[in-house]
Design a protein around this ligand. Structure first.
Ligand SMILES: Nc1ncnc2c1ncn2[C@@H]1O[C@H](COP(=O)(O)OP(=O)(O)OP(=O)(O)O)[C@@H](O)[C@H]1O
Length: 238
């Protein structure tokens, strides 16, 4: 399947007029300033920009963590910032998967236990959750490593555990914040190409914040941010 063929016409995320500021008066700083974009199912969208340009703030808003001062976010047609508290919590748990730069694995839990956490949080039975997690151990290419603690895994392997944990609940939106920053160049590329080949599908939209220009070739589109605003939109080079 070629690199472009997964992208659908169906809108996964529609951000309109998003604005978020911190502080008041002299200390007021607008971190995200009237941002508009659309991301489609089947697409990998990169958000790039210098430190402090508002990327993490924007991710937090579209994933239902940080309420904007103005603007709307619709995910799969629903306006998430109109949800009540319970529905928003459910949205964060079921619709969005998050992968962080430093993996955020629990050091005393095994690979399978780390991956099972989202299911256990959803009140699924422990044994069933671990059995399901073992399937994801295989999906991310870590067969045989279910019972190992994170400290025994390489950085690339830990990132695969984090990806498995983020997708075990089948989220439609997968968000990765600097996923390659702690990895060497080759491992970083392997992880992103793995995400593109195995984790992206037509019912999922992937948003990646990155400073790592070496992985730009894997983007379907690239949004450039500066001072809280979108300053450009590129197609990926693939
Ligand atoms: N909770 C907060 N309180 C006050 N200011 C904040 C807060 N969060 C972010 N900011 C400010 O908003 C601006 C945008 O920050 P943000 O973390 O979104 O940028 P970024 O592009 O993700 O940066 P980096 O690449 O360094 O992570 C920065 O000037 C930051 O200091």
């Amino acid at each position: 399947m070629d690199a472009q063929s997964l992208r659908t016409q169906k809108e996964a995320i529609v951000a309109t007029g998003l604005t978020k500021w911190f502080g008041e008066g002299d200390t007021k700083m607008t971190a995200v300033n009237n941002v508009n974009f659309v991301a489609h199912f089947g697409e990998i969208l990169f958000i790039v920009g210098p430190s402090g340009s508002g990327k993490t703030t924007l991710l937090s808003i579209i994933s239902g963590i940080l309420r904007p001062n103005a603007g709307t976010v619709t995910v799969d047609g629903a306006n998430i910032w109109e949800f009540d508290k319970d529905r928003l919590a459910d949205f964060r748990l079921t619709k969005v998967g998050f992968v962080f730069q430093d993996y955020h694995l629990f050091p005393r839990l095994t690979t399978a236990e780390n991956i099972a956490i989202p299911l256990i949080l959803r009140q699924r039975n422990w044994n069933e959750s671990i059995a399901e997690a073992r399937k994801y151990v295989d999906i991310v290419g870590l067969t045989g490593r279910s019972e190992i603690l994170p400290v025994k895994l390489s950085g690339g392997e830990q990132q695969r555990v984090a990806i498995a944990r983020a997708i075990i609940g089948a989220p439609e939106i997968l968000i990765l914040d600097e996923p390659t920053a702690s990895l060497d160049g080759d491992t970083g590329k392997m992880i992103i190409s793995f995400i593109k080949e195995k984790i992206l599908n037509q019912n999922r939209c992937i948003v990646i914040v990155t400073h790592d220009a070496r992985i730009n070739e894997y983007a379907d589109r690239i949004i450039h941010m500066e001072d809280g605003r979108i300053t450009g939109l590129d197609k990926g080079t693939e």
